[in-house]
Design a protein around this ligand. Structure first.
Ligand SMILES: C[C@H](N)C(=O)N[C@@H](CCCCN)C(=O)O
Length: 462
């Protein structure tokens, strides 16, 4: 071994933060595509003749393969067995392929009445592409979580996870604020003088970004190899081998299940909400459809600043379980305000969205770094995968539920050729998820006290 490898590679702060930048950028690209269709919902209905059920079906596709084909669980096992380099590269390629299929579906004009699996051909193909992408981006997510633990354990782990999530949120923000301007910029005016937005343009842009994100991850793999070599040189095993019986250890752990439950309940009230937030702004707060993504765009912007702040707080002071309780209370408040028929004006929606930004930062910044306190490192890939799997039931089912509720119970009159909706019932459903999340967060706090997981303790080892 060469002299310079004698020190562990992750002891170098510059190097650890640089590799974090690489993998976080890959996640940014993934999150961009995840939400790129949200601000386009009114245009999809107007230009491509989708309805809310089509949109809900398409959005739910994100979780199909993860949930029903257990792709996430296989992904976690592959991650623990084959390592982060192989799994991460595979995940990136799946994201690129899924995005390519989605682009093909949206940019192609299919014969009128063409159907596949009972849905419009275009909707089904776009959904299939999104489902493949969903496998890729979720496996990339667990891989990056494991990478962060590998490089930052005993160091600034929660801050690193917070920064990674903050970077990913930039992707969500770009989706919210760039999508409609991009679609408009590449739009065209037909012979009748009517202007048409170019819906495929932002998706093509995402495809290019995903290719760049894949290259960033490829560069990371060289550093990962070097880290393994430096751990070897120190006489440390890079990653302990994983055995199938480790799964039993994970699923018989009550703390694990409480985190998984909190995860599905909390995220069911946030990510599916984002999918409908732009439409909510138009329908309830009368925001111009062209600007509708701007207010929900504040949500990830707030999280970009706050998630690392709260992560750093957790690293230094602890109080992880308490942060999760506070975040859940805020979630209930926010969705109740959106549900109540009060102050239907844009500035009120803006204030409420900022409060949601706090909740959206508090819970993730405390929840994800808490997992390594409950589960040993060699089982982390599988543990994160199982948590993501439980979460994906919500990410898949809730958008479909909301789309169905809107289509069945919330339709108002058609105004200027556009369908209107009353969002009271969907927002009440989101608030109920908040109530359940709070109950689970309180149970987790109690379990932590009983078992001494250390969730209320600081992460940085003095
Ligand atoms: C959607 C995805 N399954 C997810 O939960 N993402 C989390 C981040 C999880 C990784 C933390 N290192 C998010 O808040 O975006």
């Amino acid at each position: 071994m060469t002299e310079q490898l004698k020190q562990k590679l992750n002891d170098s702060a510059v190097l650890r933060w640089s590799v974090l930048a690489l993998v976080a950028f890959t996640m940014l690209c993934g999150y961009f595509l995840t939400d790129v269709m949200s601000p386009l919902k009114p245009m999809l209905e107007k230009e491509l003749l989708w309805d809310s059920l089509d949109y809900g079906f398409f959005t739910s596709a994100y979780g199909w393969f993860n949930v029903f084909l257990l792709m996430l669980i296989f992904g976690g096992i592959i991650l623990d067995k084959m390592g982060v380099r192989f799994t991460g590269m595979g995940a990136c390629l799946l994201m690129v392929f899924g995005c390519g299929l989605k682009y093909y579906a949206i940019s192609t004009t299919f014969p009128e009445g063409a159907m596949l699996f009972g849905f419009k051909m275009q909707v089904t193909l776009a959904a299939l592409g999104y489902a493949i992408f969903g496998v890729g981006v979720e496996i990339a997510g667990i891989t990056v979580s494991k990478i962060i633990v590998k490089w930052f354990k005993g160091k600034e782990m929660a801050l690193a996870m917070g920064l990674e999530m903050a970077t990913a949120r930039i992707g969500t923000t770009l989706a919210m604020v760039l999508t409609v301007p991009l679609a408009d910029f590449f739009g065209y005016t037909d012979e009748g003088g009517a202007f048409h937005t170019n819906i495929p343009a932002p998706i093509l842009f995402c495809l290019v970004m995903l290719c760049v994100g894949t290259i960033a991850f490829f560069i990371y793999t060289f550093y990962d190899k070097k880290l393994d070599a430096s751990l070897d040189a120190e006489g440390l095993e890079p990653e302990e081998p994983f055995r199938m019986k480790d799964i039993v250890y994970i699923i018989t752990n009550k703390g694990f299940w409480l985190i998984a439950l909190l995860c599905v309940l909390f995220y069911s009230a946030v990510f599916p909400f984002i999918k409908y937030a732009a439409d909510l702004m138009v329908q309830k707060y009368h925001v111009d459809p062209k600007l509708a993504g701007t207010i929900p765009g504040l949500l990830p912007i707030g999280a970009i600043i706050l998630t690392p702040l709260f992560g750093s707080l957790y690293d230094r002071i602890g109080k992880g379980a308490t942060l999760m309780v506070i975040g859940s209370v805020m979630l209930i408040f926010v969705h109740s305000m959106f549900a109540l028929p009060i102050l239907n004006v844009w500035w009120f929606a803006t204030v409420i969205m900022i409060v949601l930004g706090f909740a959206f930062s508090l819970v993730p910044s405390a929840m994800w770094p808490s997992v390594p306190k409950i589960i040993p490192e060699k089982q982390l890939g599988t543990a994160y995968a199982l948590i993501f799997w439980v979460q994906n039931w919500g990410l898949m089912g809730v958008p479909l539920l909301i789309g169905w509720v809107l289509n069945s119970y919330c339709k108002g009159p058609v105004v200027d050729g556009a369908q209107t909706y009353d969002y009271t019932l969907p927002m009440t459903i989101f608030a109920m998820f908040g109530v359940l999340a709070l109950i689970v967060a309180l149970m987790l706090k109690a379990e932590n006290k009983k078992k001494g997981y250390g969730l209320e303790e600081a992460n940085i080892q003095k």
